[in-house]
Design a protein around this ligand. Structure first.
Ligand SMILES: Nc1ncnc2c1ncn2[C@@H]1O[C@H](COP(=O)(O)OP(=O)(O)OP(=O)(O)O)[C@@H](O)[C@H]1O
Length: 298
């Protein structure tokens, strides 16, 4: 387990990470959400031992983490940095050897990743000949080639087209199933919602939400209600307990104060005509973020 206890990082007078306490379970995928400047990269760099913390404690399996010395950790940094003039093969075998792998084994692993990403022809290409997105795939391979136990991915999906996003998602899911603990950051709620059992949302260095996705959603209650009907449902905009009303082609989408309000609405629409949909939904992470942080988030 990776543990952070009251971790703070100050740059001069600016507090980039403020009293962050987290427990990141083993063999899971853990999501860090937050807008630009929220403190995600700073937290990762502190976890890896690449940046000193101002105060607090960080431990993995009971010990301090040292990325430079441990072969059990993989890291995809936000600022991608491959040597443009080297071939994929030379570069990745070099990096894999730094992380304790033999050359033959590294080439075998590299080839299997290139096959998986459907780019076997890149083996002997120079990095500068590849598109940005494909360079990112190569950098991802450099983070996982040595089969780390703990994998930290800073914005792994940014800049990739939808096909490559799916390919990378499948790869991280497989790594998790093989027992890797994965921590990744994203601006995109839906990626974290889809992939993570546990997550935290950072806002200006502070954690505003933390825990299991299921529990977080449950604690918010089901407050989104869709009502699609063959009669006008406009009167629901003034219904007691309705906090937000959106008219849509087929009816309306509502936010309600609590689940009990839906019962009143259900009674009120009965007998008025044909109801095609009446659905109480869990909040999305986006709803939760906005409720916690405010609508200013982009
Ligand atoms: N070396 C540094 N010196 C001074 N301030 C820094 C330094 N690194 C980060 N910061 C500040 O710390 C805050 C957190 O930055 P960080 O890069 O951790 O955010 P982030 O959540 O990763 O953002 P993004 O999504 O934009 O990458 C920001 O206000 C940033 O300006």
């Amino acid at each position: 387990m990776l543990q952070l206890k009251e971790v703070t990082k100050k740059f001069g007078t600016h507090t980039a990470v403020d009293q962050l306490s987290l427990e990141i379970p083993e063999r899971e995928m853990y999501g860090f959400l937050g807008g630009n400047g929220a403190g995600k990269t700073t937290t990762f760099r502190m976890i890896l031992g690449l940046l000193d913390k101002t105060s607090g404690d960080i431990s993995w399996e009971g010990k301090a983490v040292n990325y430079e010395k441990s072969h059990l950790i993989g890291y995809l940094p936000e600022e991608r940095g491959l040597y443009p003039k080297l071939t994929v093969k030379d570069q990745l075998t070099y990096l894999a050897r730094l992380r304790g792998m033999g050359k033959t084994e590294a080439i075998k692993e590299l080839k299997s990743w290139l096959d998986r990403f459907q780019v076997p022809e890149y083996l002997n290409k120079k990095v500068e000949e590849l598109s940005k997105g494909n360079q990112q795939k190569i950098q991802f391979i450099s983070a996982v080639i040595h089969k780390p136990k703990l994998l930290i991915l800073d914005e792994p999906f940014s800049g990739l087209d939808p096909v490559n996003v799916e390919m990378l998602k499948e790869a991280v899911v497989d790594l998790k199933e093989q027992g890797t603990s994965i921590v990744f950051s994203s601006h995109r709620m839906e990626h974290v919602e889809e992939l993570c059992e546990h997550l935290c949302i950072l806002h200006k260095g502070k954690q505003v939400v933390q825990g299991s996705l299921r529990e977080i959603k449950r604690s918010f209650g089901k407050k989104n209600l869709s009502v699609y009907a063959d009669f006008s449902v406009d009167f629901l905009s003034n219904f007691p307990g309705v906090t937000k009303y959106k008219s849509v082609m087929e009816g309306c989408e509502l936010q309600i104060e609590n689940e009990a309000v839906s019962q009143g609405i259900f009674t009120a629409i009965q007998g008025k005509g044909f109801v095609r949909k009446f659905e109480l939904e869990e909040p999305s992470l986006n709803d939760i973020f906005i409720a916690k942080v405010g609508a200013s988030y982009e």
